[in-house]
Design a protein around this ligand. Structure first.
Ligand code: HAM
Length: 425
């Protein structure tokens, strides 16, 4: 038997009901914050990711699904393509390619879809997973650099998690400064690592040279005591970066959003500048980040585009669902009515009645005239219906239907004109 590939999985009903409910809620909320959908391809030129996310990151150096595309002509070089490990790079490419900056306003964009990383699968970590990603990007003249954007994004996230019903989340916040701050910080890390780096893992030894900041992403337990003693980024922030971070925090305080500052959180992607953040949840185990994000003021220019400061985030949808399920969220919506035709020729009448109910917004399922009453009841119960509505010859003749509440056992006759109202209560 052929099975789904390791690290991928099928999402089945009734779980997909919960996914759809959450996505519908999120789309509706994004609309209230004036975000609009963008859909970019799920594969791109490999260079897009290596340049934006960074060569030395785990994502690019170990986890991408990359292949050489067949050259179209002999004279042409084969192009290296990769499945997207994240959405931000593709969105910024699209922003540049379609000159969205020329529109002069902030682009508030979101996308929902699958991402791919060749990680070791475990609970909450898959090779195909789903992100709900949102970005605010635009020219500085439209206010893209302002700490007000950071506050708006974080306030929206707090609202979003509250509205989808997630309780007990924690917000961790940090600032990784601007490019100049990071150059100084990297230099300080290089110095601090020199006497100790030979005790660390092979990845850290390489990164200490190439990109010391990435040493902070190391998960090797033996390296942690060394990492704890390294210099902290906050000591290297310049005045404008300090002010920016203070302004973000002051606005969060003013709207009552609780956070803690975590100076080790530099996030596993190279494009970040200034504010970075993660929301974690206790119901998730080791992979406890429900979402992560931050500011990336230099990415557009790095990719050859105009100056376009930006901030965004990606929610790990698989993890959001796990967290919701851990607090007892029911995946399934209840079925209002099971319409059961009883006797030869009744299918058509049941179909007509179900059509009326469905048109009025009642969720209804249909049986079959070949089923005996007992079987219809069993199917209605299995389907989780609240009511069964019997459509037999008598019912059709009198235009009154036998309706039974499957939980209480109460049965009544309801005239056709009153049926929708009755089922709705
Ligand atoms: P990230 O932290 O790499 O950031 O991923 C964001 C979220 O995606 C994580 O917090 C996690 O919930 C989920 N996630 C990541 N990898 C996996 C996996 N293998 N299985 C399941 N869930 C996973 C980004 O991707 C950035 N592009 C976020 C961003 C947008 N920053 C600015 N704009």
């Amino acid at each position: 038997m052929i099975k789904a590939v390791r690290g991928t999985r099928d999402l089945l009903p009734p779980d997909t009901d919960l996914w759809n409910r959450v996505e519908a809620k999120v789309r509706e909320l994004f609309a209230r914050y004036n975000f609009h959908e963008i859909r970019t391809p799920i594969f791109e030129d490999t260079q897009l990711f290596s340049r934006s996310v960074g060569e030395e990151t785990d994502i690019v150096s170990k986890e991408m699904f990359t292949w050489e595309d067949r050259a179209r002509a002999q004279s042409e070089k084969a192009q290296s393509l990769s499945l997207r490990p994240e959405a931000t790079a593709g969105i910024v490419r699209a922003y540049i390619e379609h000159r969205l900056g020329d529109r002069g306003t902030l682009q508030k964009l979101y996308c929902i879809g699958p991402m791919f990383r060749r990680e070791r699968p475990q609970k909450g970590r898959y090779r195909q997973f789903y992100q709900i990603d949102a970005e605010i990007i635009g020219p500085p003249s439209a206010g893209s650099e302002s700490p007000a954007r950071d506050a708006e994004v974080l306030e929206m996230l707090a609202m979003l998690l509250d509205e989808v019903g997630l309780r007990g989340w924690n917000l961790q916040l940090n600032s990784v400064g601007c490019a100049e701050d990071r150059a100084r910080y990297n230099q300080a890390l290089r110095e601090a690592l020199k006497p100790v780096v030979h005790q660390m893992c092979a990845d850290c030894q390489r990164r200490a040279e190439t990109n010391p900041l990435r040493v902070l992403d190391c998960k090797v337990p033996e390296d942690q005591p060394i990492i704890e003693k390294l210099p902290k980024i906050s000591q290297y922030l310049d005045e404008p970066c300090h002010k920016h971070f203070a302004a973000v925090r002051a606005m969060l305080d003013a709207v009552g959003i609780v956070y803690s500052v975590n100076e080790r959180m530099v996030r596993g992607l190279d494009y970040y500048t200034r504010t970075t953040f993660e929301f974690t949840h206790g119901g998730l185990g080791a992979q406890n980040a429900v979402l992560g994000g931050g500011r990336y003021d230099g990415l557009s220019e790095l990719l050859g585009g105009p100056k376009a400061p930006a901030i965004g985030f990606a929610i790990g949808e698989d993890r959001l669902m796990l967290a919701l399920e851990s607090q007892g969220e029911q995946p399934k919506e209840q079925l209002d009515a099971f319409v059961a035709p009883l006797g030869v020729g009744m299918n058509v009448h049941a179909l007509k009645l179900a059509r009326e109910l469905r048109r009025a917004g009642i969720t209804a399922d249909l049986g079959d005239e070949d089923f005996r009453l007992k079987k219809s009841f069993e199917l209605a119960e299995k389907a989780g219906a609240k009511y069964i509505v019997i459509v037999g010859e008598n019912e059709v003749a009198t235009d009154q239907f036998a309706v039974k509440n499957l939980a209480s056992g109460e049965q009544v006759q309801v005239p056709r004109a009153k049926l929708t109202e009755y089922l709705r209560q």
